[in-house]
Design a protein around this ligand. Sequence first.
Ligand SMILES: [Zn+2]
Length: 271
Amino acid sequence: MPELPEVESVARALRAALTGRRLTGMRVRHAVCLEPSAGAVRRAVLGRRLDRVHRRGKYLILTFGQDDPAPAHLMLHLRMTGQVLFEPVDRPDRHVHLVLDFDGREVRYRDVRKFGRWTLVDDAENPSALDHVGPDMLEIRFAAWADRLRRRRAPFKSVLLDQGVAAGVGNIYADEALFRARVHPLRRPADCDEAELRRVYDAVRGVLRLAVEHGGTTFLDFRDFHGQPGNFRRKLRVFQRDGEPCRDCGGELERIVVGGRGTHFCPVCQR
Ligand SMILES: [Zn+2]
């Protein structure tokens, strides 16, 4: 599943290639990916200039006609297997559901499982569709983040994954951050002192930034905009390494299930 770093890679690619260009064509092959309907999306954005690409957590918001009286905001959520491809595909690909033509530059939306959505929303910064989603993890300041955590009694791993607290932290990066912060995944934020919270905050942001630099993590379905897998996987220290030695202490890494999610950690380094 694409996480914040992968979505940020897509945001940067879209910004670099398309901002300032007009959407001159739109071919829809699978209308279910467009909300509220293909017709409504077409009427709102076709013929207009893409002025801005904003990311909040794992959501991208494309703003068309920013200086017009009524700009249009189209939100993209890639969900499980959504991909944005800039390269033409060699042969007919039944998983390409949408082709957007920006004045001669084509972008394809491919989605094997068809859970991804392009949705018209009412605002770029704070669309009501994202009322349940907290501030972006790379944007929120420590004091505000700590305030949201101080009384939480759920395991730290679950709190990091709670998108209402802060948006964009998924399973891989939560495990990696807790290892780097030396905090056990079952430890509760309410029991942590300021220094521990600070370590986790810095670690989460550090891991996310590192992954952004490396174009995300290679896993099943994510490919970046050129169809290349991300290469952050080589930097993973605990994720899916259970049974292997910890790179810091040599002890055996373990896997437990926390809140229904596979969780990887070092029982020696993380207490
Ligand atoms: Zn260790």
